[in-house]
Ligand binder design. Structure first.
Ligand code: SF4
Length: 423
């Protein structure tokens, strides 16, 4: 994305309902009674309808045209068919959805009724992401998943019969009890099922998941002692890149692989810093200020960007409209993001595009960092485009850290975190 105006929006709707909580999950999702679903969808519709008013108050551009929609969570496939229909009717009432828009819904295997599948197809859902995580039944069950391999096979067949053929399967490298042999088994199954997209995540260990907390505490619940080592997980990830590439699913982002033309248009939007609106629990938006209304003299070449995040409290969200937490990202801050989001993509970061957007003065300080990272074997460059190397992808967080605070710390913190609360 550049600082210029873009006339299409990506729309994200957070559906935080799950039938059970997975041990590794660090999302703001939960097991809520079905009786709450309708109330939650009412709130989503309320926020969709007031989005233009909110954007005007926040002084940001909200394109009316939408070219990608993503229902994530949570498990959006748990919604009853009438709720799916109402939600999409509301979206079409507020936005102009492109006829060829990519419309994705996340589904949990075995948690998609025939009637909801019919409602999804009728609403124009044309892409489904299935949270499989492992094709080894024991690994899946011990992680809190409720499906087995046969269920996944059946759901893939039902989705294809319903005309939804743009399918993604998620796998996690690093589940408790996973071995190289079981990982090969999961990769083989994914390839055999012939899906055109795969997401491969390495287990995240943090305080926000039950398994993460157990690992950090050195405990043994959730079979934490059987979580593979970091080195083993890295080898599993490398093996996935190799096997998926051989099967025609090329890596286009650190965690994402696709057949030609089947990349996730919605997710690429995030990494290319194009505008998106997030509605619902714990949802983020990134929207631009209209050009020179807020920019200062020194920043006049580029627009400021507003990052907004909604509450992660389910009760607070249900209670009624809440002010979003917001922060204006200055051009200096956006420049840092251009590096660490752009480097996620295998296509890399174009130096010429950076100079066009931010000017040579801002680009130059990064060149020393780039050279250092090239010498360390973490980045490569052909003189025009800078990319992560294979080693850089494994150590991507360390690389991204190098692109934070490219300017003085004072400037970076002052401009990247200007607190601002919408009313
Ligand atoms: S990983 Fe997905 S399905 Fe599992 S609890 Fe988290 S959001 Fe729900």
């Amino acid at each position: 994305m550049t600082g210029t105006t873009e006339n299409a929006l990506g729309l994200y709707l957070s559906i935080p309902f799950c039938r059970s909580k997975c041990t590794y999950c660090n999302f703001a999702s939960g097991v809520y009674p079905a009786s709450q679903h309708a109330r939650y969808v009412d709130r989503l519709i309320e926020d969709l309808r007031s989005a233009a008013e909110w954007a005007a108050t926040a002084d940001v551009e909200l394109p009316r045209r939408v070219d990608t929609i993503y229902l994530g969570g949570g498990t959006p496939s748990l919604l009853a068919p009438d709720l799916v229909a109402r939600l999409f009717a509301a979206i079409h009432g507020v936005f102009m959805v492109d006829p060829d828009a990519e419309i994705t819904m996340e589904c949990a295997p075995g948690q998609l009724s025939d009637s909801t599948l019919d409602a999804m197809a009728a609403a124009g859902v044309n892409r489904v992401s299935l949270g499989v995580q492992s094709f080894v039944d024991r690994e899946a069950h011990e992680s809190g998943r409720l499906h087995d391999r046969a269920t996944v096979e059946q759901d893939l067949r039902r989705l294809r019969q319903a005309g939804i053929t743009n399918l993604n399967v998620d796998l996690i490298a690093g589940l408790a009890g996973q071995t190289f042999m079981s990982w090969e088994h999961s990769l083989s199954a994914l390839i055999d099922f012939g899906v055109p997209h795969a997401s491969i995540y390495m287990l995240e260990v943090d305080e926000d998941s039950r398994l993460g907390r157990e690992l950090l505490a050195g405990g043994a619940r959730y079979r934490a002692e059987l979580v593979p080592t970091d080195d083993a997980i890295a080898r599993m990830y490398d093996r996935a890149i190799e096997r998926l590439s051989d099967a025609g699913l090329d890596q286009y982002e650190i965690s994402n692989f696709s057949a030609p033309g089947f990349h996730s248009r919605h997710n690429v939007r995030y990494w290319q810093r194009r505008p998106y609106l997030g509605i619902g629990l714990d949802a983020s938006s990134a929207l631009r200020a209209p050009a020179p209304s807020i920019a200062t003299e020194t920043e006049s070449a580029s627009q400021l960007l507003l990052r907004a995040t909604t509450t992660d409290s389910f009760a607070a969200y249900l209670a009624g409209p809440q002010p979003a937490e917001t922060a204006w990202l200055s051009p200096a801050c956006q420049y840092e993001e251009a590096w660490f989001l752009g480097l996620r993509l295998n296509m890399g970061v174009s130096m010429a595009a950076l100079e066009d957007e931010f000017g040579r003065g801002m680009v130059e300080p990064a060149l020393k960092t780039v050279t250092r990272m090239i010498e360390a074997g973490l980045l490569s460059s052909d003189g025009e485009t800078v990319r992560l190397t294979a080693q850089g992808r494994l150590l991507s967080n360390e690389v991204f850290q190098e692109f934070l605070g490219l300017e003085s710390e004072e400037r970076s913190t002052a401009r990247c975190q200007i607190p601002y609360v919408n009313s």
